[in-house]
Ligand binder design. Sequence first.
Ligand code: NOJ
Length: 713
Amino acid sequence: MIDSLIQVMTIDEKVGQLVLYTPRGHDSLSGPALSPEQEQLIRQGGVGGIFNLWGAHATRAAQKIAVEQSRLKIPLLFGLDVIHGYRTIFPIPLAEAGSWDTALVERDARVAAAEAAASGVNWTFAPMVDIARDPRWGRIAEGSGEDPLLGSLMAAARVRGFQGEDPARETSIAACAKHFAAYGGAEGGRDYNTVDMSERTLREVYLPPYRAAVDAGALTVMSSFNEIGGVPSTGNHALLTGILRNEWGFRGFVVSDWTAVTEMIAHGVAGDTAEAAALAFNAGTDQDMESGAYRFFLSRLVREGKVSAARLDEGVRRILRVKYALGLFDDPCRHISGDRERSTLLSPDHIAGARDAGRKSIVLLKNGRGVLPLSKNLRSIAVIGPLADDRTDPLGPWDGLGRPEDVVTLVEGIRSALPPSTRILYAKGCALDDADRSGIAPALEAAKSADAVVLAVGESREMSGEAASRSTLDLPGIQNSLVEAVAGAGKPVVLVLMNGRPLSIAWAEAHIPAILETWFLGVQTGNAVADVLFGDYNPSGKLPVTLPRTVGQVPYYYNHKNTGRPPVDTTKYTSRYIDLPSSPLFPFGFGLSYTTFEYGDMTVSPGAIDSAGTVTVGIRVKNTGARTGEEVVQLYVRQDAGSVTRPVRELKGFLRVTLAPGESRRVEFSLPGRDLTIYDAAMRRVVEPGTFTVYIGTNSRDVTEGRFSVKKR
Ligand code: NOJ
C-alpha cells in the first residue's frame, strides 16, 4: 500500500513528507495554532508532520485538513517533547533512573503517552538516552545518567511505555530515541559542543542505550547537534546509515534536531543551505525539523541528480511506514479524543503514580544520628529554603503541559502529612540565585524555634535542560550561606536537594546530619518527599550518576580505566589531584535506607566457564535493621587482563529485594559469558579468556568480591 502511494506522489509531495513544521500562530483559548499559510501548505501536501501543536481540538482540525483537503489524504504526525509527562509531570528522567525500577519507568511513560495521545500528540521526542559523564552539561537531567547498562534498560522501558504493545492503540504514541549520537560527550559539558572520542568508547559506552531503544522497537530516532570526530551527526553517513540501518537494522525514520540541518553550515561542512540539505539527506536524515532546507531545496536537488530518486522514495517510505504503524491510515484521528483528554489528564490514578514515582526516585545520601525519619509528633518544624514553597521549579526542565498550580510544594506536602497541631514555620531564607541576605536571619530564627528543620535548596529548573550548562556545581547564589547559618541553629536538620544535575555539596555532607537527593520530582513533589521524611516510605533509590566532590574532578565516573598509576592518595606520582581525595563524594549506585543490609559470603560457580557458559554469582543479603526495606543489589565485573584495557568495574546486573526486619535471602545473578563481550584491539567483538573479578554490593564502591575465569573454547 505504501509503495503504491509513493508511485502516485509528485516530487513536491514526497518532499512534503520530509518536512516537520512548527505552528507560528497562537489561539488565545487553545494554545498554538496554524497560520492560514500553514494550513494551505498542508492542503498542498507540503508538510509531513507538525511539531508543537496539541489539544484535541487543534490537532483534529489540522488532521482533517490533511486527510480531507489534500490530494493524497496522507495523515499528519503531531510531535511534542513529552519527556517526563504530558500534563501529569513525573520526576525528571535522571531522577526516575535512580529508582532502578524499569517497570515503574515504563508505567510512567505509558501514562504520559495516554495523556498526550488523547490530546492529539502521536509522537514524542523521547526517550533521551544520551550517556552523561559530565554534570556541567545541563541535559544530564533528561537522561538516565552515566551507565550504559542502566541507561539501556531505562531506554527500552521508556520506548515500551510510550509505544505500548501496539503503537496503533489509542493510548500509544511513537517514541524517538535521541540524540543520536553521543550528544552527552560534549567538550567541557558545554551544550552543542564538539565530541571527539575513540570508537571503542563510542561503541561500548555511548551507543548501547540507542541500540536498546531501537531493539525495543523505537519508531524514530533523532540525530544530534554535535559532531563526532569531525563529522556532524546530521550529515554522518557512517552513523545514520552504517551503524543505525546496516548494523542495527533500524526501519523507522531519522528526524534531525531543531535546525540541525542548516547548522552544518556553521559547523563548516556545508557551504550553503542546499549543500546542507543534500549532505543531511544523503547521510540518512529523513526528516528536517524546522530548518527549511528540505522544504526549499530538496526537490531541486532531486531534479539536479544530487539526491537520487531512490533515496527520496526511501525517506518517504520510512515516514509513511511510521504513520502506518501508528494506525493513522486506518483512522487518522484514532488517538485524538476530547472526552479522553478531559478524563485522563491529571486523573487520580496518574497523580498517584507520580507520587509513587517521586518517592521511589529519592536517594537518601546521609542519615547521621538517625535523624530520619522525622517523628510525626514534633510540636513544630521549620521548613526553610528557596525551594520549600516553590511550585514551578519542581516541574523540572521540559515539563510538557505541566502547570505550577498542579504542583504540591514541600510545605504543602509536609502540612498534609502532619496533624493540624504541629506548627510549621516557613521561611524562604534567600532566593535561588541572588545576593540578598536579608532573609537569612529570619530563617535562622525559624530554625531555632522549631524541633526540627527541613531545608530545601538547589537549582531552578532553567539551570538544567537544553542550553543550561554550568561552569560550577555549587549551590547557586548565597544558598551555601543559608545552609551554613541554619546548620548553626543546633537543631536536627534535613537537607532536601532539588536539582537537575549532581551538585558539589561537600560542606553540607560534612556538617548536615541528613541529606535527601530528590532531583525534580514533578507534580507530587511535596507529598513524595513528605512520605520519605516521615517514614511512610522507606527510601530505596540509588544514584544513577557519580556525585563528585567538586567540579574540578569532572568528568568523573565509576567505570573509568585503571591507568598505569592508579591513584594512591599518599603517593605523589600517581594519577590524582594533590588537593583532593581520589574518590567521589558519593559513588554511582549509592543510596541508603532506613534499615540496614548486611551482605554475607559470596559464591561464584562454576569457577571456570567458556564463553558459551554461565556463571552463577550469589550472596546472602540480610535486613539487620528494624524496618522492612528494599535493596537494589548490584553486580559488577572487571576483566583483570585483556588485549585492551578495561574499566575498573562495569555494572552487569541488579536485583531488587524486599526484606522484613531480620529476614535474609540469597540473591543470585546469572552472568552469561556473552555479557563479557568487549571490542578487542582490532575492534572485533570477542569474549577473551582470562580471569575476571566479580563484585556484588550495595553500590559501586562497597562490594564483596569473587573470581572466575573464562577458558578458551
Ligand atoms: C532541541 C532539542 O535538542 C531536542 O531534544 C528537542 O526534541 C527539540 N529541540 C524539539 O524541541
